[in-house]
Design a protein around this ligand. Sequence first.
Ligand code: UGA
Length: 434
Amino acid sequence: MFGCGYLGATHAACMAELGHHVLGVETDAHKLAALRSGQVPFHEPGLPDLLRRGLDSGLLRFTDDYCEAAQFADLHFIAVGTPQKKGEYAADLSHVHSVIDRLAPHLSGRHLLIGKSTVPVGTAADLLVRANAQVDDGHIDVVWNPEFLREGHAIDDTLSPDRIVVGGAAQSCERVAEIYAPILAAGTPLLVTDLPTAELVKVAANSFLATKISFINAISEVCEAAGADVSLLADAIGHDGRIGRRFLNAGLGFGGGCLPKDIRAFMARAGELGADQALTFLREVDSINMRRRTAMVELVSTSCGGDLLGANIAVLGAAFKPDSDDVRDSPALNVAGQLQLRGAAVTVYDPCAMANSRRLFPTLSYAQSVQEACAGADAVLVATEWSQFVEIDPDDLSPIVRRRVVIDGRRCLPGDRWHAAGWVYRALGGTPVR
Ligand code: UGA
């Protein structure tokens, strides 16, 4: 397993759980040391237990040695990151290329590379050529086996996925299906495709999810203008089985290390293929999403009387979503940063993402608890829907804030309850307080 970040570490531990012998290859010394000692270097519920079980059973090991990896296996998963290139929409494939260039020269005989990273369509075909050009004696095939796991649900999504997709030559796809035999035996559908279809399935799925979120956020702007309630609207349209209620939660919009960069890389690749017109709607999806952040800053500002200078704002939540410590492209931190730039004194609290937040936004103030963050606040902004924030008793905060103003960035709070406790309750997309 090349790359032991979210995807690779989870997949490595899950494959050991299925009874396979797994060698995780990680070149980051800090991550490698943590994994070897049974520590997961990020927050993922259930993964520490699975990792330790794998290590204890002897089925799972970690190394940074490519030569060892070449000798250990004939099936090689690629799970390294494909971040957005600086200043461009396109994906940076340097980590994927580096795996091929460091591994292929050590290979002899027949080997199969199984791509899991999210890549621009056409990458797998290029890697096939690139890898074989570096082998003296043998042949390397490439299949693509995209991953659909969500942070916070990574183990369930890996061991009980909605579907398994494998693209490539029939014989190689069969070998991949053998790896997943227990999962397939439990009834998970297997879809075998060609290489470009498998690559595209992943970015199409993430684009659809991003579009669904931006759709409801666009409707939320109209709801606000018309005095309607977007949450009730989402419930009502979501009852239609063709639409479905999931991913129709309006609020601060999507962030994280996947949806934003994936839709941008998809647009860039479509442009290279001469199909850019087909994806112009994704530009709108992206801009609706980014507009949520500025709209939220405006809502906080108007809730503070139109001027943020000198206002104390408590921001509850820093992770891009609950049950995660990931702050990559986090809407919560982006808004916190914008509020600070507008002159507010911002104090952030998150149950899990404090260390990562401090690294990314060192100039913000951080508190150790909800109470500490809210002390003396002119407004409390709930920016990530952690259950501990949803369950806050407003009466506990009333005595410690300067003004009782709560802004529900994820439309997750019981607005009526806050209202009844004497708070001004605000949310983007119409205020659901009757
Ligand atoms: C996403 C996809 O859901 C996974 O299927 C995919 O495998 C993964 O990207 C990936 O490409 O690796 P993830 O980034 O973990 O997973 O997070 P999601 O649960 O999809 O949430 C993404 C963002 O959308 C979060 O910021 C969340 O707060 C936001 N969101 C989600 C909404 O604003 N509204 C919703 O209704 C749902």
